[in-house]
Design a protein around this ligand. Sequence first.
Ligand code: APR
Length: 167
Amino acid sequence: MSNIQYIKGNILKLENYPHILIHSCNCNGSWGGGIAYQMAIRYPRSEKEYIQICSEGGSDLLGTCFLIPSYSDDNLIIACLFTSSYGGVGHGSKESILEYTKLALQDMYSQIQDPKVATNCRSVAPLTEYKLEMPMINSGIFGVPWELTENELKKFHDKMSFTVYQL
Ligand code: APR
């Protein structure tokens, strides 16, 4: 059975169950386009935290994940996968984005097992019980064909299942 389920619709609709919204990020402190821009409008406090993390870590963040509370929605935690140093036209190559996506997902998986992380991101349940959701990451501004990212997600079939929203 596949570890990826597809749903049609906007991922930013409010849900009443604990979920982690996973998205692909640059390390340059910009949520200026795509899904990240929509999140910046809705979750300004989370954006501030993301900017702070980038200002401290820069490109050392590549291949890591940060879990940030959404602050305004108790059921939502935001997972930032750091997959490219820069956003926009300066984004990394398809190969590097895919490699950092794999590493960042592995990092996210490790953090989800750690109860201390759950406390830090104000979880309402153990993180292992959160539903893992994402848009078709990397396939917009980062320009990576979705099938390639999908292959990376499949490698986690024995660890994590994902719900992917398609517009
Ligand atoms: N619901 C579901 N899917 C969405 C939504 C939404 N509300 N908004 C955008 N999408 C889809 C896009 O159609 C695309 O298929 O999400 C996918 C990823 O789009 P991008 O946001 O362009 O993300 P990505 O290609 O991963 O590039 C990441 O863009 O999001 C910024 O700051 C971020 O620099 C980073 C870069």
